[in-house]
Design a protein around this ligand. Structure first.
Ligand code: PMP
Ligand code: GLU
Length: 399
């Protein structure tokens, strides 16, 4: 007996695999410095934790409407209005188990078999797998370091075919740290309008934006808003990765389709997490102060990591958002570490973890095989020590 073709074509998440490997080494007593983390290294702010406790005391332990409580959806609408100039009603919102789940539901709702989704490369490694699970075909458009890894309107237009159903934009971007300006989004929006395709706009790193103001492509026109599914969530913004709360904002037809599918699959997101998320979003005083501290901390670490990488002399892409830096290891592919061959970014990351106890993510799965990704969701002390070890490792590579 064979398993389904759909399941066979999906690879496991490498980011989660390497993070788990580093965590296991730590549990085994090995001192690993991890730059693998895809999550902020802060605890969830106390006012949100307190709300979680309160939810239990209030007895919020039962099913909620499958697509989320009215209270949370209303808070999400207010957030989208205040931060992104987007007017939605609760009927446009579906709360799911993390933004990853929102993306899964979105592709299930909009794709027919064979429909193409344009994905600028480098990309977060789950996008192609999510598209494939929904029967779609990922179409990658390469972007270059010269373009600051941002897709241009010309390149987007060239990639559109009669089968194009959607364009995916991740702004700020994981893994490149690229952030789109108002002008760049405007140009992309014009192409979207011309060809009448959906936009899946993953804005999960919205608040980790160091040089520009964040703009949502959905805010460009009523047409864009109607065509765009905005994906966001609590994970990165409020350091709530384990709570599993994400959301999609879309036109009513799409939101209702997602809600129906969710009502037969996972039902509602954990009721306690929903209440805590409502408090997270609506207590702006606590929320804004946490966000400003987190952003400033990441900004300082970003500067430190760039400084240390410059000193090592290894080429990297200057990130403007999120908490990752892509480092080019092209010049090291084909070299050896104490006789062990480095044939790929994956080998590089594996040998670095085993021999220098530094965890990083190889970028093959992100469509950037000459790069590795370093997360600066790590303390300044770890950044200093980890980059000492990284620099030492590079020096020992030989022909
Ligand atoms: N989008 C991007 C670009 C991400 O990096 C992540 C992190 N895993 C997600 C979505 C999903 O986050 P979550 O499911 O925790 O909300
Ligand atoms: N998005 C994070 C990362 O890229 C978390 C891990 C994951 O869900 O892939 O590392």
């Amino acid at each position: 007996m064979e398993i389904a073709k759909r399941a066979k074509q999906i690879s496991p998440s490498l980011t989660l695999e390497i993070t788990a490997r580093a965590k296991k080494m730590k549990a085994d007593g090995i001192h690993v410095i991890s730059f693998a983390a895809g999550e902020p290294d802060f605890n969830t702010p106390e006012y949100i934790i307190e709300a979680g406790r309160k939810a239990l005391d209030m007895g919020l332990t039962k099913y909620t409407p499958a697509s989320g409580t009215l209270q949370l959806k209303t808070a999400i609408c207010e957030k989208l209005k205040n931060d992104n100039a987007l007017d939605y009603t609760p009927a446009n919102i579906v709360v799911s188990n993390g933004a990853k789940h929102s993306l899964f539901n979105t592709f299930m709702a909009i794709l027919n078999p064979g429909d193409e989704v344009i994905i600028p490369s480098p990309y977060w490694l789950s996008y192609p797998e999510l598209v494939k699970m929904a029967g779609g075909v990922p179409v990658f458009v390469e972007t270059t370091a010269d373009e600051k890894f941002k897709i241009t309107a010309e390149k987007l237009e060239k990639a559109v075919t009669p089968k194009t159903k959607a364009f995916l934009i991740n702004n700020p971007n994981n893994p490149t740290g690229a952030v789109y300006t108002h002008r760049e989004l405007n140009a992309l929006a014009a192409v979207v309008e011309k060809y009448n395709i959906y936009v899946v706009s993953d804005e999960i790193y919205e608040k980790l934006n160091y040089e520009h103001r964040h703009h949502s492509i959905a805010a460009y026109s009523d047409t864009l808003k109607d065509l765009t599914i905005v994906i966001n969530g609590m994970s990165k913004t409020y350091s709530m990765t384990g709570w599993r709360v994400g959301y999609a904002a879309a036109n009513e037809q799409i939101a209702s389709a997602i809600g129906s599918m969710q009502s037969h699959s996972t039902s509602n997101v954990n009721s306690i997490a929903q209440y805590a998320s409502y408090v997270a979003l609506s207590d702006r005083l606590h929320g804004d102060s946490f966000l400003e501290d987190m952003r400033a901390t990441f900004d300082a670490r970003r500067a430190l990591m760039m400084l240390r990488l410059s000193r090592i002399g290894v080429p990297y892409i200057e990130p403007k958002g999120a908490f990752y830096i892509m480092v080019s290891i092209k010049q090291f592919i084909g070299k050896y570490f104490e006789g062990q061959p480095i044939r790929s970014a994956y080998d590089f990351a594996t040998v670095l973890l085993e021999r220098a106890q530094v965890a990083i993510i190889p970028c093959e799965g992100f469509g950037a095989p000459d790069y590795v990704r370093l997360s600066y969701a790590a303390s300044e002390k770890d950044i200093e020590r980890g980059l000492d070890a990284f620099g030492g490792f590079l020096q020992q590579l030989h022909d």
